[in-house]
Ligand binder design. Structure first.
Ligand code: UDP
Length: 328
């Protein structure tokens, strides 16, 4: 049985990856320090014989017995509110964490895939973003701790690939949504749906003309799996190019949830990218991959998930933190 190590296993994407690799017949070792992850995301896997959970911070040395065929590094805070709350951990997991995992991959002769991000493009000056674009990032802005950690992580991974012949893969993930997103992570989709479910107004930052392109989680996981199994070592965008403004997105959520609340406008956070859309020509051509789930389909499934959460979970997630997120 092939063995895979998934870091960030109790998080949104990590837990979906665990499901995928279990379905594909792997022995899965999930690792997480639970700083932003939640064990309930993998509770359905814990009694399986081919699943094991290790509570560990990958920024610290990692000792593992046995062979490891694949490593997927998905441990990281991943929302603007998280980076503001835990900036040092965000930097450490992308730097010390990847160094530990690259060392482990070298010893175990594993293939390692890292979760990079569209944030490496910063507030992009070209549109849509191709993998060749170097980005427009403010290293000392509020997002700098995440963006630069991810950029460093790519550099380190390529260095091990080049100098140690390690088999590596780099996926640049664009905005992704689906069940198991954290309701209180401040990201736009859980923020809007949470507000609708609690009967609060919908908070659009800025004038709502900034754009994002949202990918449903199952599509992303399929793209990542295909990239891992390919022989392509350069960074690859995986996302859904269907672009929408945040103002229009708020309208879609209002329609979906039937909330009678209104949109209220708040100040735009510093360095909030004005537009974002992946160019996925490479993924189409090399992986024969493209997203299949439309936003209306994906949003319905995601809304059902959020509706199934308890009253307590919904209200503890009330995020009054967004004022902090607006750094002037
Ligand atoms: N946003 C918003 N209201 C909210 C949360 C976010 O208008 O309550 C905006 C945010 O300013 C950004 C977009 O939605 O322009 C996406 O934000 P998110 O934090 O989900 O991720 P990002 O793509 O910025 O990393």
């Amino acid at each position: 049985m092939k063995r895979v190590l998934i870091t960030g296993a109790a998080g949104f994407l990590g837990s979906h990856l665990c499901d995928k690799f279990i379905d594909e017949g792997y022995y899965v070792i999930g690792m997480d320090n639970l700083i932003t992850g939640d064990l309930k995301n993998i509770s359905h896997l814990r009694s399986l014989e081919n699943f094991e959970f290790i509570h560990h911070d990958v920024s610290k040395h990692i000792l593992l017995e046995g062979n490891i065929d694949y490593i997927l590094h998905f441990a990281s805070p991943a929302s603007p509110i998280d980076y503001l709350k835990i900036p040092i951990q965000t930097l450490k997991v992308g730097s010390l964490g990847i160094h530990n995992l690259l060392g482990l991959a070298k010893v175990k002769k594993s293939r390692l895939l890292i979760a990079s991000t569209s944030e490496v493009y910063g507030d992009p000056l070209i549109h849509p973003q191709t993998e060749e674009y170097f980005g427009n990032v403010n290293p000392i802005g509020p997002r700098g701790v995440y963006d630069e950690a991810k950029r460093f992580q790519e550099a380190m991974t390529m260095a091990y690939h080049t100098y140690h012949n390690l088999e590596t893969r780099i996926v640049r993930i664009f905005n992704t949504y689906g069940p198991r997103m954290r309701l209180n992570d401040g990201r736009v989709l859980p923020a809007f749906i949470g507000q609708a479910l609690r009967g609060e107004d919908i908070t659009v930052f800025g004038d709502g003309n900034q754009t994002r392109s949202f990918c449903y989680v199952d599509d992303l996981i399929e793209g990542i799996y295909k990239l891992l199994m390919s022989n392509y070592a350069l960074p690859m965008n995986i996302g859904n190019p269907d672009e929408i403004s945040i103002g229009e997105f708020a309208e879609e959520i209002i329609k979906l949830t039937g909330t009678e609340q209104k949109i209220v406008y708040k100040e735009l956070p510093q360095n909030d990218p004005m537009q974002r859309q992946p160019d996925i020509s490479k993924a189409k051509q090399i992986l024969k991959w493209e997203p299949k789930v439309s936003r209306s389909e994906g949003l319905k499934i995601t809304y059902e998930y959020f509706k199934s959460l308890s009253y307590y979970e919904l209200h503890k997630a009330e995020h009054k933190d967004f004022e902090k997120y607006i750094v002037k």
